[in-house]
Structures are given as structure tokens and as C-alpha cells.
Design a protein. Structure first.
Ligand code: ATR
Length: 276
């Protein structure tokens, strides 16, 4: 029997997820497939019914369905509830179980590339307050980051964000204009860009990072291009950097494990394959 899995989104044709899952299926000699399932919003419910009746084992969820898929799942676990989005669904006994593996992906990417990095020794500055930022903040809280400074162009969205995390003590907001401020940059241990700025076709992030402490780590979750202007600048001035592609690779691991019972590894060969 072929185990059927895939990616639900709109559009999906650009996705690198099939490369990742097909690599692991081959490596572990599992007869399975990972299909791209393009579902515009109005067809999502019907499309998911079809996956259920076609005996899919599960599927990943991407833009624009990560939030709307929640109400179509029969069960959504606590982690996905607190992130406010589902990116992985497992189908068992005809029921849809939703979870979210993005916070795991974010943390594991940094741990893989900088194993000695200690999240708990200082504040983190998070740029952006969208869905990706929610997964990142969830990961930072799990790693005992003592202070998380959220900085978003639209202040009201940052305020909403704070409410989602129940105004947790670790989180505070600063104005977008203060992103390069000395008082902020000189104290932080970690800087993460979760906005779409720097992505191929988008404008780059306009931010002077000269005040950043030399020991601070810079992570961009944008992975196309791999070396964003922010990461280039950080590397040039001697800061450690972590590219975004590993978050995509690592978020796929628990999904694969849920569907196939094996937690696969991110090998150098796979990293190179997906980074092309
Ligand atoms: P995702 O789910 O990938 O995080 P999103 O929810 O659309 O996507 O969030 C995109 C983030 O990029 C938001 O924080 C957005 O800021 P606003 O809340 O002000 O829209 C940020 N962003 C996008 N374009 C931006 C720009 N030109 N300048 C600053 N921030 C930008």
C-alpha cells in the first residue's frame, strides 16, 4: 500500500516540501508519495473531504490555509492552539488531527547550526507580528528566553499579538522606528526577521544593525534567497548567522514522524538539495 501525504495550499507549485519528503521516503525505503494539492480558499473544505475519502495519512498546510484549516480539523492540539495555526494534519480513523511543527523547526534549525547557542542568556528581538512570528515566539518561550521584544510596522497588530500570548511577562512591544536603536540592539542575544522583507521580489529590510552586540546571533526565516541582505550585513560585521532554509527542513521532521513512525534527520546532502 502506498502511504499518501501531501501539501495543501494555494499556490503550492513553488514548494520545496516534496523534495524533502521524497528524500526521506527513499532513504527509509517507505512506499509513499507526497503530492502538491492546490486548493483555492473556496474549495478547501471539499478538498479536505476528498483527502479523507482517498485515505490520505496526512498533509501539511501552507499559505493561505494555516488558520482556516483549524475549524475543519476534528482535533487541534494545545501547541497549534497557542500558535493560532495548524501546519500539519494527521488522518487517523477518519478524524483530522491538527498540530503545528513550525516552532520546533525554528528552534531546531538554530540548534543544528550553532549547537552551543544559549537562548536563555539574553533578550530576543523579533521583527514582524504575523503567523511566522507566532511560531517563533512560541519557540523562544519554550527555550526560556527571558525577554522577547516584538517590533512590527503596524503597532496594532503587535498589540493583538500580545493578547494572543495572554500578555505574557516575557513579551514587550517597541515601535518599528526603534528597530535599530542602540538601547535595543546592544542588549539582544538574538535577532530574528519574520517579515517578508528580503524575500526575492520584495524590498529588503531597511535596518542598520551596527549597534548589534558582536556575540548576537542573526536568523532570517526568509530562505529565498538563502543569504538575505540582512544576513549578508550581519556576516560582514562578524555576527553569527543562521539561514532560514533549516526551519523548513526541521518543521518537516515531526510531520514525517507522525505519518511514517520515523523521525528523519537533516543531512548535509538534503540541505544542499533543498538549498539549490
Ligand atoms: P506570515 O504568516 O508569513 O508571517 P503575514 O502574516 O502576512 O505573513 O506577516 C507578514 C509580516 O511582514 C507582518 O509583520 C508585516 O507587517 P505589518 O503587520 O505591518 O503588515 C511584515 N511586513 C510586510 N511587508 C512589510 C514592510 N514593507 N515593512 C515592514 N514590515 C512588513
Amino acid at each position: 500500500m502506498t502511504v499518501m501525504t501531501g501539501l495543501v495550499g494555494h499556490p503550492v507549485s513553488h514548494s520545496r516540501s516534496p523534495l524533502i519528503h521524497e528524500y526521506w521516503l527513499k532513504e527509509h525505503q517507505i512506499r509513499g508519495c507526497y503530492n502538491l494539492v492546490d486548493l483555492p480558499c473556496e474549495t478547501l473544505q471539499h478538498g479536505l473531504e476528498k483527502l479523507r475519502s482517498d485515505d490520505y495519512r496526512g498533509f501539511n498546510v501552507t499559505v493561505p490555509h494555516k488558520v482556516s484549516v483549524m475549524r475543519l480539523c476534528d482535533h487541534v492540539d494545545d501547541l497549534a492552539q497557542s500558535i493560532g495555526a495548524v501546519n500539519t494534519v494527521t488522518i487517523s480513523g477518519g478524524q483530522l488531527y491538527g498540530t503545528n511543527t513550525d516552532s520546533f523547526g525554528f528552534v531546531q534549525n538554530i540548534k543544528e547550526l550553532i549547537p552551543t547557542f544559549d537562548f536563555s542568556i539574553g533578550p530576543a528581538l523579533v521583527l514582524g507580528a504575523g503567523g511566522a512570528a507566532r511560531a517563533v515566539v512560541q519557540g523562544l518561550l519554550e527555550q526560556d528566553v527571558p525577554e522577547i521584544i516584538l517590533c512590527n510596522r503596524t503597532l496594532s497588530k503587535a498589540t493583538e499579538f500580545l493578547k494572543l500570548f495572554n500578555n505574557t511577562n516575557e513579551l514587550r512591544i517597541i515601535d518599528w522606528q526603534l528597530r535599530a536603536d542602540y538601547q535595543v540592539l546592544s542588549r539582544i542575544n538574538l535577532l530574528i526577521n519574520t517579515t517578508s522583507l528580503g524575500m526575492t521580489g520584495k524590498s529588503s529590510l531597511d535596518m542598520d544593525i551596527t549597534h548589534l552586540h558582536r556575540d548576537a546571533l542573526v536568523n532570517d526565516i526568509v530562505y529565498a534567497p538563502l543569504m538575505t541582505p540582512l544576513l549578508q550585513k550581519a556576516q560582514m560585521q562578524g555576527n553569527r548567522i543562521v539561514t532560514g532554509i533549516g526551519m523548513l527542513l526541521h518543521q518537516a521532521r515531526p510531520a514525517f514522524q507522525k505519518w511514517h513512525g520515523i523521525l528523519p534527520e537533516v543531512t548535509t546532502e538534503l540541505r544542499n538539495l533543498v538549498s539549490k
